[in-house]
Design a protein around this ligand. Structure first.
Ligand SMILES: NC(=O)c1ccc[n+]([C@@H]2O[C@H](COP(=O)([O-])OP(=O)(O)OC[C@H]3O[C@@H](n4cnc5c(N)ncnc54)[C@H](OP(=O)(O)O)[C@@H]3O)[C@@H](O)[C@H]2O)c1
Length: 250
């Protein structure tokens, strides 16, 4: 039986990915900080999925959870999905929250991959995946630390995809646009091409199955975002002052 461990698998994208793999008959483990979220999301399914109450910033606790989950079946796939974003986008950052974001969105991915590699290298195969974001491709107003953590995740994965080839470990980075989850529920700005979480999970599972190195979606939005990344920076700065992109408050 194939097995997948998903960090932050109790709501939103992670929860939908977990349900997707459950429907395929995989052994599924998820972690999160709040057991109540797990119980309400997986009501009636608790006996088919393993839950670990772990914060991804806790390196040793996460290692212990992933190691326990992997016994005796091994670990085919880990998905570093846990992440936080800004509820209130402001021109001057909330520094404490930004440092916390780096710990969860970037260091948490490193903790997840470290724990998974400790299982996958000895077993001789595996697949690491991380959820980055289309916000990684350009510095966006009001979300400096978020854009930075997600860009760092892309490069972390790209390097690992080279370093881990000899261990028969694949690496996939997923860059979604706006997905309807609790994370985006409080956004007051426009969210073009907003996609439902089950549809996003379908696309993510499919990209992982195909062992894509990097997968950005929705297709049209991803191309617009990447084109914006090619613009001369002076022009990009002017473009981002128009009202539609005015995400951040004073
Ligand atoms: N929604 C979007 O539009 C969108 C777009 C691009 C990328 N993403 C990325 O996709 C990922 C999932 O986002 P989502 O929209 O599904 O958000 P969500 O619904 O808020 O889910 C976040 C999940 O992460 C868990 N989590 C948060 N901090 C954690 C921590 N320190 N340790 C362990 N678990 C933690 C949460 O559970 P607890 O709170 O109980 O810990 C929850 O299960 C994130 O990395 C996000 O940046 C989302």
């Amino acid at each position: 039986m194939s097995s997948v461990f998903i960090t932050g698998g109790t709501t939103g994208i992670g929860m939908e990915i977990a349900k997707n793999y459950l429907s395929k008959g995989w052994k599924v483990g998820v972690c999160g900080r709040d057991r109540q979220k797990f119980l309400s999301s997986f009501s009636g399914m608790e006996d088919r999925i393993l839950f670990y109450e772990v914060d991804v910033t806790e390196r040793e606790k996460l290692k212990a959870a992933i190691s326990e989950f992997s016994r005796p079946t091994g670990l085919n796939l880990v998905i570093a999905n846990a992440g936080i974003a800004y509820e209130h986008k402001t021109k001057l950052p909330d520094w404490d929250y930004s440092y916390r974001m780096v710990q969860i969105n970037l260091v948490g991915v490193m903790h997840t991959f470290e724990a998974a590699m400790e299982v996958m290298i000895p077993q001789g195969h595996g697949h690491l995946a991380a959820i980055s974001s289309l916000a990684a491709f350009n510095g966006l107003p009001g979300v400096a630390a978020y854009s930075a953590t997600k860009a760092a995740v892309i490069k972390l994965c790209e390097s690992f995809s080279l370093d881990l080839k000899k261990f028969n470990i694949d690496v996939t980075t997923i860059c979604p646009g706006f997905i309807a989850t609790p994370l985006t529920a409080s956004n007051t700005h426009p969210m073009p091409f907003l996609m439902s979480a089950p549809k996003a999970a379908d696309k993510i599972v499919n990209a992982i199955e195909k062992k894509k190195a990097i997968y950005s979606f929705p297709f049209i939005f991803a191309h617009i975002v990447k084109l914006m990344g090619l613009l001369p920076r002076g022009f990009y700065k002017k473009l981002m002052t128009i009202k539609m992109f005015n995400f951040s408050k004073e």
